[in-house]
Design a binder for this molecule. Structure first.
Ligand SMILES: C[S@@+](CC[C@H](N)C(=O)[O-])C[C@H]1O[C@@H](n2cnc3c(N)ncnc32)[C@H](O)[C@@H]1O
Length: 209
């Protein structure tokens, strides 16, 4: 993901010296939260996920919590100077409800940034200064990003297929295993030039709220 931003961890106009609190929703391995904490030693960074796969050796200003972003958020209102939502495609049914929680927990003047294949609804939630950047992964500069994504998908395919097909479609482990190996083969197929469009949408909570 950071390659999409030329190795920058964010693109919102944050004041590096003033930011004190940041939240990374669906943090996954926690790499982004750890790097952000290293770059901003005066900022407390919280990474949340429903899956406890984050490391325990982390910078003293980073911490991880198990929290389902689909439920009511347990953070203080008006608290975070920056909320980062990276790549939660397919996991959230009700984005307006999630943005409502995010708006509630963003500090006045604070920023939210959401990177995904489709993003809508920040303005409706109350955020202002909303801008959208579209990133095409078939841009030659993005070849490396595509390779990384292909490696990620190839490794993750069993996990996300199992979640969907076992829990919702009652497929057996063997059926899922067979399907996963077909999918891995298709992902590696060089004759298929698949590409995708990514959006980075950022917005700010007005100062006078
Ligand atoms: C595609 S991964 C992205 C991980 C990381 N943000 C990154 O960019 O590498 C999606 C992550 O969202 C987490 N997730 C899915 N549903 C969630 C929910 N309801 N609340 C919090 N995290 C969730 C998954 O466990 C997974 O770690």
């Amino acid at each position: 993901m950071t390659r999409l931003f030329d190795r920058k961890l964010y693109a919102a106009p944050l004041d590096k010296d003033k930011i004190r609190t940041a939240l990374d929703i669906g943090t996954g391995t926690g790499v982004w939260a750890i790097d952000f904490a290293d770059e901003h030693p005066n900022c407390t960074v919280t990474g949340t996920d429903i899956s406890p796969i984050q490391p325990s050796w982390v910078p003293s200003n980073a911490r991880f919590e198990i929290e389902d972003a689909k439920k009511e958020w347990t953070f203080q209102p008006n608290y975070f100077d920056y909320i980062h939502i990276p790549w939660l495609t397919g996991t959230i049914a009700d984005w307006p409800a999630l943005y409502k929680e995010a708006y509630k927990c963003t500090a006045p003047g604070g920023w939210i940034e959401h990177l995904d294949d489709d993003v809508e609804g920040l303005k409706e939630a109350g955020f202002t200064n909303v801008t959208t950047e579209v990133i095409y992964s078939d841009d030659p500069k993005m070849k490396q990003v595509g390779l990384n994504l292909s490696a990620t998908l190839t490794h993750d395919v069993d996990g996300f297929l199992t979640y969907l097909l076992h829990n919702y479609e009652n497929w057996t482990p063997q059926e899922i295993h067979n399907y996963a190996s077909i999918m891995r083969k298709e992902i590696r197929e060089r004759k298929i030039h698949s590409n995708s469009k990514w959006r980075v949408v950022r917005g700010q909570k007005p100062l006078d709220t």
